[in-house]
Unconditional design. Structure first.
Length: 341
């Protein structure tokens, strides 16, 4: 026996990428940068102040204050106090004045600064600031040094920025893939339990704020064990993929599909009244029944429907959906419960 209609699973394209870990990494990098740079900048500030280089001293002091405030804010409040562009403008002004005052050898400080930019702020900001920096540094380097030295500097600086951007892009793509794997079931591409509590809490808050009701559909594949026992687990996996594909194809952008165990799925319908959720559940039941998913076996599903009730917790809401699912099974399977209001 083989599966039919075993098209590839349709990805849930409306799911946002989980970038929290990436932002935490950037914030942590800024915090570490602040703690390590301030002790380095302080003697720099003292020396230039004593030697009457007041502009350099003031720029170093401003940079220390921004870094210290940011690091302390990240440590205490988990967020940056000053935007990165403000920090970078002061840093660039300090760098340009330092190059002008100390000579071309200080141009080499541009390499680590521009290389690290993509690791401490969003990519679009890093690219914008890098482009601005290059537009300033390239003519400036030719102005303060020989053509031969400036040419080598510009070439290596551009290569440094280019490969840094490639590396950052690769790390971001890798993070997005890993984030997606962490919250999606690898077999069906439905969301897993990691995201369930988050989206249920969001739906409850939206309901409390008057954005409309929310409903849950608890779905279970009828007699799924017999599919595995009769046709094998490979066909069983194909059935799970096919059912998930039907759910995804009938999914609105504001809905979410979860696989919460074995052959059981959960669909969160935002801004959906109970009667509309029942109609949706019946439509899904018919769609599965009408698809000849397994040769020689009529595959069906049972669904329990529950709309959120004021004052419920997410667990109580889930429990009611499960109770209605079991009621649908007790009444003979291949049905929706409640069938109507």
């Amino acid at each position: 026996m083989t599966m039919q209609n075993s098209e590839n699973i349709t990805p849930a394209t409306d799911e946002p990428v989980d970038v929290l870990g990436l932002q935490e990494f950037r914030d942590r990098s800024m915090m570490i940068l602040g703690w390590t740079a301030v002790p380095f900048l302080f003697p720099f500030f003292i020396i230039h102040f004593i030697e009457n280089r007041y502009i350099l001293a003031c720029l170093a002091l401003a940079l220390m204050l921004i870094l210290s405030a940011n690091s302390f804010s990240i440590f205490k409040r988990k967020k940056q106090l000053a935007p990165f562009w403000l920090f970078y403008i002061v840093l660039l002004m300090l760098l340009l004045y330092l190059i002008h005052a100390m000579g071309p050898d200080t141009l080499f400080w541009c390499f680590p600064i521009l290389f690290a930019m993509g690791f401490v702020t969003e990519r679009i900001i890093a690219r914008t600031l890098t482009a601005i920096s290059l537009l300033i540094l390239i003519p400036f380097s030719f102005y303060i040094s020989t053509f031969e030295f400036a040419s080598r500097f510009v070439l290596t600086l551009c290569m440094n920025c280019f490969f840094s951007d490639i590396l950052v892009g690769y790390l971001i793509n890798l993070h997005e893939k890993l984030s997606g794997m962490a919250v999606h079931d690898p077999l069906t591409n439905a969301l897993n339990r990691r995201k369930l509590d988050v989206y249920l809490t969001e739906a409850i808050e939206e309901t409390k704020r008057g954005f409309g009701p929310a409903s849950l559909l608890s779905l279970d594949i009828d007699h799924f064990k017999s599919v595995n026992d009769t046709h094998g687990h490979e066909v069983g996996d194909g059935v799970l993929k096919a059912v998930a594909n039907i759910l995804h194809k009938n999914q609105r952008r504001l809905d979410h599909v979860f696989r919460i165990g074995g052959e059981e799925f959960l669909i969160l319908l935002r801004n959906t009244k109970l009667e509309n959720a029942i109609t949706k559940a019946e439509s899904l039941r018919i769609s599965v029944e009408e698809n000849d998913l397994v040769t020689g076996q009529n595959l069906t599903v049972s669904l329990g429907v529950a709309s959120y009730k004021e004052g419920e917790t997410s667990n109580e809401w889930l429990a009611r959906a499960d109770v209605n699912l079991y009621e649908a099974k007790n009444l003979g399977r291949n049905r929706v419960y409640p069938e109507k209001l």
